[in-house]
Design a protein. Sequence first.
Length: 266
Amino acid sequence: MSKRSTKKIPRHAQISRWVEQSIEQGRFAPNDKLPSEKELSEQFSVSRITVRRALQTLENEKLIRRSQGLGSFVRDPRAGASAMQLTDFTEDMENAGRQASTKILSWELVAAKGRITEALGIPEGQKVVELVRLRLADDEPIALDKTYLPIFYGQLLEGQDLECNTIYALLEKEYEITVEKGCLKIEAETADAFLAQHLKIAEGAAILRVDRVSYTIQDKVVYYQVRFNRSDKIVYELLAERQSGPGCSTLPLKEFAPVYRTDAEE
């Protein structure tokens, strides 16, 4: 691109065009993370506002997807609109049109045991950070999280405002540690006295337990989280598509998302 031609093009459009051409030329593959706003602003000598405008254009054109606190990624054209994505509580609430908030109940060192040791791949009795948070939607308690972090990641988050910021966002913004993927397990359970008190439900009431192990690059475990959802407020919906053709007997999972019930739906 010559200097004469670039002068006629707004700066935000130059950035959009560069990203688009980089994708077409294979410099960025599907699901690759794009340079950060800071990196792009320095590369093109523009403000971050200009960069955001360029990224917004690309998102509107469905060439990229943006996630708050994580950055911008090249969309996979094979995924379609119903692709599964790893989201946090705040993002789930935004998608549901509800206001998310968090209350920290405790932060302490505990000895790992049982599922914690299996999920984090550590010996029994090794110290880990346990973070307990009450999650609210429109000021109503709907879930409680117990998050277990290896000491390394716990030290990075110690003293951070975890009521107003997500673990995803803090690790990405402060340390450029991106949570790449997660493995979830869902099962039924009943509320003990502790859960009943904080979730404002009866002791013994049915709850939906979701265990999640989150990984950064090279399959390194960042944390293990157990979320106890109020089953009268949260359900999970999935969409599976049947494959046709010889030898096709699987039902690929296309969409999986939490759905938050309103009082009228209960």
